[in-house]
Structures are given as C-alpha cells and as structure tokens.
Design a protein around this ligand. Structure first.
Ligand code: CDP
Length: 211
C-alpha cells in the first residue's frame, strides 16, 4: 500500500472531498494544505495590517483528525471557506516566505507516512517523493457548479457567473505564479473528474494506492 499520497489540481476539482474519503477508507490522515493558506489569508484580513514576514513568522496553524482548522488556537474551519478568503489565499500563496513556512509545516505533518495531502504543489514541491501522485482536474464549468452547490448548501450567497470568475482568476494566479505554481508532476496520474462520480474517483485512487 502506498504510504504517502499527493493530490494536486485546480479549485473545485474535488480534491478535498475524495481525499477525505480515501483517508477514511485507508485509515490515513488527511491534510488539507489549502486550508493552511486560507488560514494565513484570514490572519492577514483580521490583523488589518499588510502581509509581513513577522505576521507569518509566529502564526500557529493546526489541523486535527476531523480536518478542523485552528488559527492561533481558535477554530476557523467554517470562516475560511468563503470565495474572498479563497482569493486571499491565492494572493498570500505567491509570497516566498509564506510558502517556505507552510511547506515546512506540511512536510513535518507527513513525516510519519499514512497521509493523503492535497493542494497545488504537493507532488512537485512539498512531497516530491510521494508514493502516489494524482493530478485531479475537471472542466471549469463543472468545478464552478460543484463550488456553487457547496456554497449554497452552507447558506452562502453566490451566483454561477461570479463563481466561474473567481475560480478562473484563482486558476490563472495559481498556474502563472513564479514560485511553486500549480502543475502536474511528471510522475503524477491525471484524473479528469468532469463526468465521474465521487465514488468513481475514490475507487480509482484506491486501486492506484493498492500496490
Ligand atoms: O478548495 P479550493 O480548491 O478552492 O482551494 P484550496 O485548496 O483551499 O486553496 C486555496 C488557495 O491556496 C489556492 O487557490 C492556492 O492559491 C493556494 N494553495 C497553494 O498555493 N498551495 C497549496 N499547496 C494549497 C493551496
């Protein structure tokens, strides 16, 4: 069984949904690195100050077994799931000292194996020696539909055109940035989930993780 699984891909491809299920089935820990960038964005927003190395230097971010997110000791799991914080995360994610700090934290979290970690640069930068790398994608319309459903289910206001705009902007920023851009690792398996169910994607990852 593969001990370290890396899942990368654009916004709304289903990375966190399928990674959580795979983690539960294998008894692995799920690590949502996007939540960590979102937490930094929230910290900046709440501080009322511009992003600085000292603000990030002493940030305390942790995830628990239930994938709850804590920022400086306070639970922020729900608060970080807004489109604004998504874009804010994409902004702070361009900055070298932010990536350095979070990459180190993420490597420490994966040190004992039996983890599935999702993000943008896991297979290329954070865990280049991962035993299995997946690049999960879907068409932008399908990803926007999924994100809209998620937001509406949480009682948040959103409309399709705005969600398409937000994820397209984030994809562009994430793909074009200089440091650790969103990219498929050479040894990653490409999975297009546009017309696959969650269970089909999970089954394929479990099959690939088996040997
Ligand atoms: O869940 P969703 O796909 O919308 O995004 P996310 O995984 O929560 O990530 C939010 C943002 O954080 C992304 O748009 C990236 O800019 C950034 N990120 C990153 O740069 N590197 C990672 N390993 C994970 C997220």
């Amino acid at each position: 069984m593969k001990k370290i699984i890396a899942v990368d891909g654009p916004a709304g491809a289903g990375k966190s949904t399928v990674s959580k299920i795979v983690a539960a089935r294998l008894g692995y820990t799920y690590i949502d690195t996007g939540a960590m960038y979102r937490a930094v964005a929230l910290k900046v927003l709440q501080s009322g100050e511009p992003l600085s190395e000292s603000l990030v230097g002493n940030v305390d971010i942790s995830l628990d077994e239930a994938a709850r997110v804590f920022l400086d000791g306070r639970e922020v799991t729900k608060e970080i799931r807004t489109p604004e914080i998504g874009l804010g995360a994409s902004d702070v994610a361009k900055v070298a000292y932010v990536r350095k700090k979070l990459t180190q934290l993420q490597r420490d979290m994966a040190a004992h194996g039996k983890v599935i970690m999702d993000g943008r640069d896991i297979g290329t930068q954070v865990l280049p020696n991962a035993d299995l790398k997946i690049f999960l994608t879907a068409s932008v319309e399908e990803r926007a539909r999924r994100r809209l459903d998620e937001l509406t289910a949480k009682g948040l206001q959103a409309d399709f055109a705005n969600v398409v705009k937000e994820i397209s902007l984030r994809d562009k920023q994430d793909t074009e940035r200089e440091i650790a851009p969103l990219a498929q690792a050479d040894d990653a398996v490409l999975l297009d989930s546009t017309s696959l169910t969650i269970e089909q994607v999970v089954a394929e990852i479990l099959r690939l993780a088996k040997d």
